[in-house]
Design a protein around this ligand. Structure first.
Ligand code: ADP
Length: 251
């Protein structure tokens, strides 16, 4: 069985909009998968389903042998420790130093009290320092998050996600707020640390060129349907048409 198996996933929002229509794919440990598609294609919805943030309408999401869609809130909270998430807008705690932000990646493993008191053991601190270091940010460890640049903030958020020691890393448009040059650097850092740790990584991204550059595999979504699933070198013009001009093709 694959590390992640998404089967016949369907999600209808309460307003009746069907954002995902029978989406199925599986992915293995260590794979870096880019999910591309137009705005509104369902990319973000898909990641939120895998993270257990959306209640799916039909289908299953089996991560490491366990079905996310069947879990109680409590089971889900425990499972989310092992699901790293990187958002477009970083979601750091502004007034805390970079290193403390990275350590919050361990909070899911602690009692509320230990977490509130900021009690982290030596191994956890070493892990956080190690992750800041491999994202070339050790020199910023004591800097408040709100004093960091956009690229630095996103690297702190990647370090935080890796400090969770996740089974899977989900990144939703991680470089959409960064300029093109920084986008390349940050995605390259993200892909490098994910590869070093062999973590399955799904990255929603709208820049196809970046997807080609950093992913092992590309999944193209259009109107809630997978219209391409293959290697970057298999992304032909015809495939791009299918992914980005779905409406016209259908018409
Ligand atoms: P993407 O990430 O590819 O831009 P999304 O997953 O955000 O796409 O959205 C997919 C579709 O679902 C869009 O048409 C969007 O407007 C719709 N949608 C997203 N969230 C909601 C919601 N909470 N309620 C209703 N429709 C939603």
């Amino acid at each position: 069985m694959s590390l992640l198996e998404v089967r016949d996933l369907r999600l209808v929002y309460p307003n009746g909009h069907e954002a995902l229509k029978r989406v199925s794919f599986s992915a293995e440990e260590g794979e870096i998968v880019a999910i591309i598609g137009r705005s509104g294609a369902g990319k973000s919805t898909l990641l939120r389903c895998i993270n257990g943030l959306e209640k799916v309408t039909e289908g299953s999401i089996i991560l490491d042998g366990k079905d996310i869609t069947k879990m109680s809130q409590r089971e889900l909270a425990a499972e989310r420790r092992r699901i790293g998430f990187v958002w477009q807008e970083y979601n750091l705690v502004d007034r805390l130093p970079a290193l403390t932000n990275v350590l919050t990646g361990r909070l899911g493993y602690k009692s509320t009290l230990a977490g509130a008191l900021g009690i982290f053991d030596r191994r956890e601190r070493e892990l956080a320092v190690h992750n800041l270091e491999r994202l070339n940010l050790l020199h910023r460890a004591t800097q408040r998050a709100d004093k960091l640049s956009g690229g630095e903030k996103q690297r702190v958020s990647i370090a935080r996600a890796m400090t969770q020691q996740p089974k899977i890393l989900l990144a939703d448009e991680p470089v959409a707020s960064l300029d093109p040059e920084l986008s390349v650097q940050v995605l390259s850092d993200l892909a490098r640390v994910a590869r070093e740790d062999g973590v399955l990584t799904l990255i929603n991204i709208h820049q196809v060129e970046l997807a080609r550059q950093f992913a092992d595999r590309i999944i193209g979504l259009a109107q809630g349907v997978i219209v391409f699933d293959g290697k970057p070198e298999q992304m032909t013009e015809a495939v791009m048409d299918r992914v980005y001009r779905f409406d016209k093709v259908q018409a």
